[in-house]
Structures are given as C-alpha cells and as structure tokens.
Design a protein around this ligand. Structure first.
Ligand code: IFM
Length: 710
C-alpha cells in the first residue's frame, strides 16, 4: 500500500511540475517524467550527474544528453498526443521505480501503455516498453529514436552531433562545447524498422503498423548513455544484447529496488498520505545515490539544470543523515567529494586573500559556479548583485560538520587519514583568517557574512555562522591532537604544513570567538537584527508589487525587516541541539516562526525538528507534511526574480527523512550506540525502520512506549 503516485488528468500547464514529480533517476542520470512525444518545449531532459559545460557568456551547468526515448505514434497522419487523449493517466510505482503512462484515443480505437525505467544497477542504461492496443482495425505509423534537440537553460551544450544506424538501433555521438568531452547515446530496438531517417539533430526508426482489432504492437527499447571514458557501451551492457530481452532487463531493475526498499523503507502506521509522502521522499533520496567515487548530490538532484547542477550545503546538512543510517559507503562518498574539492576551496579562499579552505557555495567539482548576479530584477530586468558566493562562509563549517557527524556515526577514522583531517584543518584556518579581532570588546568576530537566511546579506556575527566556525575549530583542535597519537606521521605532516602551534592558535582563537547576543533567551540572528522593522511575513508579502519579486538583495521587501527567508537561528539550534535547553529552543521557535517566509524548501524540516525538541510532535507534523510533499504538490517557488529555480527538492526530501527518523523516532548514534527516544505525533501509531550497526541490519519497531528490535 501507498507505493504509487498518479495523476489522471492531463494539464498542459503542468509540464514542468510533471517532469519533476515523475522523475526517474539512478544517481548517474535523471530522466524527467515527461511524456512520449514530448520535446524540449515540454522540458524533456536526461540530466547527467557531474558533467558540466559552459557556453560563452552564460552560466556553466550540467549537460542534458540527447533524448533516447523519443516516441510518437500517428493515426491518419495525426500525432497521438497525450494532450488530446480521451483518457490519460500517469503513475509512478515507487516500489519498482517504474513510470507508466496510459492514453486512449477513441477516434482511432487505440490505447497506449508506455512504461519506462532508469535501471538502478546498470546505471548508464534506461529502457521503455510501449504497447499499442487496437480496439478496432487500425493503421499506424510509429516513430521512435534519439532527439538531440534538447532542453537547456544555458545551452546549447552539445556539438559535432553525428548519428549512425545499424539494423538494431541508432547511435548518436557528440561532444560538449567547452571541454569537448565525448558523449554518446545508443539506442537499441526490439523490432526492425520499416524505414529510418536521420537529420541534423535527430535520427529515427519508423514502423508502419497494421493491427486487427484486439492485436497489439509492442516495442521495447534499451538505451545506453555514457560520457568521457564510458562514451561507448561496453560488451556487458543490456544495450549490447537486447535479444536477452527487455523482461530480463526489467526484472533485474525490480530486484535492485526490492533490495533497496528492504533496507531503506520507513513504514508509518496511521496515516496513508503521510506514508506515501515519506516513501516519495525516500524514493527521491535513493534515486540520487551517488554512483561514482567522489560524487555528490546537486541541490535540484537530477531533475534538470537549475542551480547549475551544483552541490550546496544541502547535501552535508540535509542529505547525509539519510545515508548515515543505512549506507555508510555512500555517506563516505559525500565526504570524499569535499576532500576532492579541497584545492578548489583553497584557491577560492586565496582569491579573497584568506588562508585555508573556503568551499564553493555552488560547487561544480570544487569550482564555484555561483554567479555574482544570481537573481534578475523583475522591474528593471537587470541582474542583481548577490553576495552568496562571497559571503556565505558557513559552507566551510557545514562541510566540517558533516565530516564530524560521519566520523562519530561510523568511527571510520581512516577518512581523516585520507584527506579528512587536512580538510578540517583548512576549514578552521579559513575561519581564523576571516575573523577580525575587536579590540574594544576583546573578541574575535566574523563580519560581513550571510547566514542561511539569504534575505539579509552582508551582516555581522550571524549566530549560525559563528557557531559553525567555533564547532570547526573545536573539531580541528580535537582531531589534530588525537591523530598526533594515532597516526604520528600524519600529525607530523600537518605540523610541517601548518606549523606546530596551529592547535594552540586555534584553541585560543575559538575561546575568544564571539558567538551571539540574546535577549530574554532569544538569540539575535545577527548584530542589529532586533532593530529591524518589526513586521511579519504577511505584511511584507502584501508590499510586493509583482508576484515574482525578489524579497532580498539591496532593495528587497524583506531586507530592512525582520522577515527571513528560512530557518537560521532555528537551524543552528537543531544542529547543535545538545548545547541548548528545550526552553531556549521553544523561545526561539516561537519568536522566529512568524518572521519566517519558508522561501526555501530547507526551512520546514528545521522547524519540524525544533518542534519535536520542544516535545510538540503534533506541531512538528505540519512541517513534516510540508517538507515531504514539496515535490508532490509542485507548490514550491519556481522563480527567484526572473531566474528559473524549479526542479526537485532533495533537501526537503532529506528533511522529511530527518524529521521522521531522527525526530519522531528519535534516533541517535551517540558514542557509536544506536538509541531511540520516540516522540510520535498523534497521527502515527507505530513506525518500522531499519538501522545498520556494525554492518548488521536491524529492523526496529517504534511506538509511543519505545523502540523494539525485531
Ligand atoms: O542551499 C539552498 C539555500 O540555503 C537557499 N537557496 C537554495 C539553495 C539550494 O537548495
């Protein structure tokens, strides 16, 4: 039960959200949940993880490969388009990661069932089976092939496109514009065509089909998409041998998903809609599982090129907790990604005149893709200078935080030896060099920063940032000392690189680092925040002149007010929960909530977690539902000024898991021990989940009374 999401109405205007909602992916590639016969105008995209390209004068972003699953059927020369179908349904069976679209066209007595999978194990392969059933005798023409004319936000990214045929299929070879990375799409068909056709941007097989009433035309296709050293399919791909059958290909995909769900499913007893939404969140986390060494997860997953396919702090703070429960190999991969990017972070710090590692705000393998002008003004249509790249320094703390969380969960000290310690030290050195000593107040301060709340740029002493910086320095000092004992060679190497007195310097610095001010238990988000205009979200919203107006920046409606984009102090209280009492959490939660716009999908889960901390799981429930349903409802923000920011929201999915498992079930891993302190909301009678400890999978039942290993 609660495994399938579906829609029974076709809505032309829903093309963007449909593509997101019904996304199929496997960590390597994502194929939007568009319909057969759709093209770039319907936002078809096959997005590839970690392959970036930049066209002169435009944003560098991930590459969309040629679409290998283009298919259109014609009756009497007219295309059978979903938009004109008499019956339409689209469903995603999450248990099997299978997309099915059914259409029925009464005018020619035809119904079409189209299935699609992105194979989980065979990560460069995807496939489709289309069954056309004739209710009455009919003549059809079916065209299927590779469409290289792809949807791009800042393209075109592909050049030198060449098509070739053999009797079983079509191959498209091309290169990326900027670096000339070879990319190929190979498509193999179960049936030989009546004819073929090749153009500049596409190549197709045509089938002239005559069906008697009750007969079916079945076409299977398997495609291979590879780039770089994998740009040619190897011999063991299913693509190379479709004769083994689509059924076998399909079966092995289903088996992979059975194994995945067996480990990662979380059952909620009591509310079927919430169950569906949580499963949908877990589905999204699973389809983003990084597949290759040192790969991470982009903020919009594999749903397209929004945010340039870049990795943000979303991964460290919102996604890592999911993988930490049952897949420490993947958790480690996420940590390794930032180790791989250390040089880029050093270069970024140096470019601003700082020491250490200043991580990319929008990371494309270390390179900061964040533009100086991330938003376009809706009035003047001019780019607005934003300082996210330059001032959101908490990113280096988030990276360090994730490393320490991974370490305490896994006890995998080898990560420190494999570059983790150096990364940690470099993050601490960055904060150290960024800080200024305030001689009057006798303390170090972090001035001119942006916290998670992006509506207030260039503020002083953001509490979240200062806490992250202190945490980073604490951890660097602690682990440097420990490694000196456990691995003297590495300790000596660090001393040689950074000087023997580094630990002492950092220890002294962190003790003098100012954290935040507070008034009656309410922590001030940054210096002077309490002095801003005291208006709430609705008032600020009522001041908007245009719907898509940007709230922040120099002239935004929220800038001079207390209204914030997303959880900021609250995020800090959640991440450093053990350092604050629940009454402090409550005071701040109640204070900041009316000022929070939740303009970022990262916000709701933090409020859910703080409500749970306040022992108010029923209040947390609404935030849980909000975060778990962002991509189901499609009600997220699509525009920042004039810049398209739509796509899926992995951090919201991660936040749903975080709330369910670390919040409602109360999972902790203190000192390597798994423990649960459940705080179930009224809606939920019990939860069932799996947690992996020392390589052993343990099934757990959670009720209001406690946790029981099954
Ligand atoms: O990382 C977030 C940021 O906190 C708010 N804007 C969107 C980014 C990507 O999700």
């Amino acid at each position: 039960m609660s495994w399938t999401i579906s829609e029974n109405k076709f809505g032309k205007s829903r093309a963007v959200s449909r593509g997101n909602k019904f996304l199929l992916a496997n960590g390597y590639m994502g194929y939007r949940g568009t319909l057969d016969g759709d093209d770039k105008h319907d936002f078809v995209a096959l997005s590839l993880a970690g392959l970036y390209d930049g066209v002169a004068g435009k944003w560098r972003e991930t590459v969309n490969a040629p679409d290998p699953l283009f298919l259109r059927a014609y009756c009497d020369g007219e295309p059978l388009l979903a938009s004109e179908a008499d019956e339409f349904s689209q469903s995603l069976d999450m248990r099997r990661a299978l997309l099915t679209v059914r259409t029925c066209f009464k005018k020619c007595g035809v119904s079409i069932k189209s299935e699609r999978i992105v194979h989980f194990e065979r990560m460069r392969e995807l496939g489709s089976r289309v069954v056309i059933h004739a209710d009455e005798a009919v003549k059809l023409r079916v065209e299927a092939g590779i469409n290289g004319d792809v949807w791009d936000l800042n393209g075109p990214h592909l050049k030198d496109m060449r098509f070739s045929f053999n009797e079983n299929g079509i191959r498209c070879e091309c290169k990326t514009q900027e670096l000339g990375v070879p990319l190929s799409t190979s498509l193999c068909f179960s049936l030989k065509p009546t004819s073929v056709e090749s153009g500049e941007m596409s190549a197709k097989f045509f089938y002239d089909v005559e069906l008697e009433a009750g007969e079916e035309f079945i076409l299977d296709r398997i495609a291979y998409v590879g780039f770089g050293e994998h740009s040619s399919p190897s011999e063991d791909t299913a693509f190379a041998d479709i004769s083994a059958g689509y059924d076998a290909f399909f079966k092995s995909h289903i088996e992979s998903w059975e194994r995945l769900w067996d480990v990662h499913d979380v059952r909620l007893v009591g509310d079927r809609r919430a169950q569906l939404a949580l499963r949908y969140s877990i589905y999204h986390l699973l389809i983003l599982t990084p597949r290759t060494e040192g790969q991470s997860i982009a903020a919009r997953g594999l749903s397209g090129q929004t945010y340039k396919g870049a990795v943000f702090w979303d991964t460290e703070i919102f996604l890592l907790p999911f993988f930490a429960v049952n897949d420490l190999d993947v958790a480690r991969r996420l940590i390794e990604y930032r180790i791989k990017c250390l040089d880029g972070a050093r270069q970024k710090a140096a470019s601003y005149g700082y020491d250490g590692a200043f991580y990319a705000w929008e990371s494309q393998d270390g390179f900061d893709a964040c533009s100086d002008f991330n938003v376009t003004d809706v009035f003047t249509h001019r780019p607005v200078r934003t300082y996210f790249k330059d001032k959101q320094i908490h990113i280096s703390g988030d990276v360090a935080y994730a490393l320490i969380k991974y370490l305490s969960r896994s006890s995998d000290i080898s990560i420190l030896y494999d570059g983790g310690l150096e990364k940690l030290i470099e993050c601490a050195r960055f904060f150290y060099s960024y800080s200024r000593f305030n001689h009057t107040k006798c303390r170090y301060e972090l001035l001119d920063v942006i916290g998670p709340d992006e509506y207030h740029e260039r503020v002083n002493n953001n509490a979240f940032t200062n806490m992250m910086a202190k945490f980073t320095a604490d951890a660097a000092v602690e682990w440097l000392e420990k490694v000196r004992i456990s691995n003297p060679e590495l300790g000596a190497e660090m001393d040689k690189k950074f000087g023997c007195d580094l630990a002492k310097k950092l220890a002294d610095w962190k003790d003098k680092l100012y954290l935040f001010d507070e008034k009656d238990g309410v922590i001030e988000q940054f210096d002077g925040y309490f002095g801003l205009e005291d208006v709430k979200v609705d008032e600020v919203r009522s001041r908007l002149v245009k719907k898509n107006e940007y709230w922040g920046g120099s002239g935004g409606v929220a800038t001079a007010t207390r209204v914030i984009k997303q959880a900021d102090v609250i995020a800090m209280l959640v991440l450093f929960g053990d350092r604050f009492s629940s009454s402090v959490v409550q005071k701040n939660h109640e204070f900041y909530l009316p000022y929070t716009e939740h303009g970022s999908s990262l916000s709701a889960s933090m409020y859910a977690m703080s409500a749970i901390r306040m022992s108010k799981p029923d209040e947390a429930w609404q935030w849980f539902v909000k975060t778990a349903t962002v991509d189901l409802s499609g009600k997220s923000k699509q525009w920042a000024g004039e810049v398209y920011i739509g796509g899926t929201h992995p951090a919201a999915a991660g936040g749903a898991y975080l709330t369910a498992v670390y919040g409602f079930a109360g999972l902790t891993f203190d000192e390597g021990q798994v423990a649960f302190l459940p705080k179930l909301p009224k809606k939920i009678r019990a939860m069932y989940l799996t947690v992996t400890q020392n390589g052993e999978r343990k099934k757990v039942k959670i009720t209001r009374e406690g946790a029981k290993f099954l």
